[in-house]
Ligand binder design. Structure first.
Ligand code: ACO
Length: 311
């Protein structure tokens, strides 16, 4: 019976059918989706912290409005993604518990500090740029609710990427001090942005199966290469230098060769030892604990409404 169901399921994947919440799916498909979608949601939520910190210090009202909107969007992305994961049978409370206990991961990139205003530019340009490349591929993912959430999220990410690039553009047209600030932000965010795509394909335990199930439509290395090829000309256009002495156009592969990534640093950050891991987790746990009264009040209100309806 199960074998038959599994064969039908695999055939649907081959046909590019979307799998919907009430459809039969192998337990491992369900679990791997819960893992990826919830980690993606956590990344959006934790990702609000480095930029949220700059809202009060944005250099003009226009910049403040744009940054505020972007950070709010990220909160919204987290909520769509938690909803998508919930359709697979996990509760939001369980997901939060996994984040707060350190069981669930979130993107390594958000464990780096945002030190200057130029970092708002670099994060929008590079981090959201990397996120779009990853997420455009995920619009074609096999699980319906995840694929649909990605379509809307990508539209909003595109605004985020442009607002970041425009900050960098303005800084690079400014005084020497402003140019230096932009270059410094690029220097600090370049390598961590390449790490966002995850370990090399041959060291990525999940890629092979996730490609088969069409959860992933492109591998970590393919997406990373696409990011480098897209971003190098953007840096050149605004007169900034990618901090990689080995970066070189390769005519044969019609893409850039780039230097080695520091995988020790990547795993240190993923395992909780990055520059801001503790600070980020503390902020999330505090928000959860200090928000308890809001959740309690909302529940009490909902119960009262229900009682009134029943009377
Ligand atoms: N930061 C933290 N952990 C990572 C990262 C990263 N940049 N890259 C990989 N990992 C983790 C994986 O989650 C996995 O851990 P787990 O087994 O405990 O779940 C482990 O390292 C091995 O990696 P992979 O086998 O390559 O894992 P996977 O197939 O899940 O690929 C990837 C990782 C590419 C991040 C994938 O999960 C993905 O595409 N996720 C959706 C996009 C996303 O989460 N984006 C977040 C940043 S964008 C933003 O929020 C603005």
């Amino acid at each position: 019976q199960i074998k038959n169901l599994e064969e039908q399921f695999e055939a649907r994947i081959v046909r590019d059918d979307k799998i919907e919440p009430k459809d039969w799916m192998p337990e491992k498909y369900r679990q791997t989706h819960i893992r990826q979608i919830s980690q993606h949601a956590h990344s959006e939520i934790v990702g609000m912290l480095p930029e949220g910190n700059w809202i009060t210090r944005a250099p003009s009202l226009r910049r403040k409005v744009a940054l505020l909107a972007k950070v709010q969007d990220e909160g919204g992305h987290g909520l769509y993604l938690y909803s998508a994961a919930e359709t697979l049978g996990i509760s939001r409370d369980e997901m939060f518990e996994q984040l707060h206990s350190g069981k669930a991961k979130y993107s390594s990139i958000f464990n780096y500090p945002a030190l200057t205003w130029a970092d708002m530019g670099a994060i929008g340009w590079l981090v959201d740029g990397a996120a779009i490349i990853n997420q455009v591929a995920l619009c074609g993912t096999s699980y319906g609710p995840y694929a649909r959430a990605m379509v809307r999220i990508c539209k909003e990410e595109s605004f985020h990427q442009r607002q970041g690039y425009e900050i960098m553009l303005k800084l690079s047209e400014g005084t020497q001090e402003q140019k230096d600030m932009a270059q410094d932000a690029l220097n600090r965010f370049w390598w961590p942005s390449l790490m966002m795509f995850g370990p090399k394909d041959d060291e990525s335990p999940h890629t092979a199966q996730s490609m088969k199930w069409k959860l992933k439509r492109k591998t970590n290395d393919d997406l990373r290469q696409q990011f480098v090829d897209q971003t190098v000309p953007q840096a050149e256009l605004i007169g900034l230098t990618i901090p990689d002495p080995d970066l070189k156009w390769n005519e044969d592969k019609k893409g850039y060769d780039f230097g080695p990534i520091d995988w020790d640093e990547f795993w240190q950050v993923v395992k909780g030892h990055g520059p801001c891991n503790k600070e980020r987790m503390k902020a999330r746990v505090n928000a959860w604990e200090e928000g308890a009264w809001v959740r309690d009040a909302a529940m009490a209100y909902a119960e009262k409404q229900q009682e009134r309806k029943e009377k």
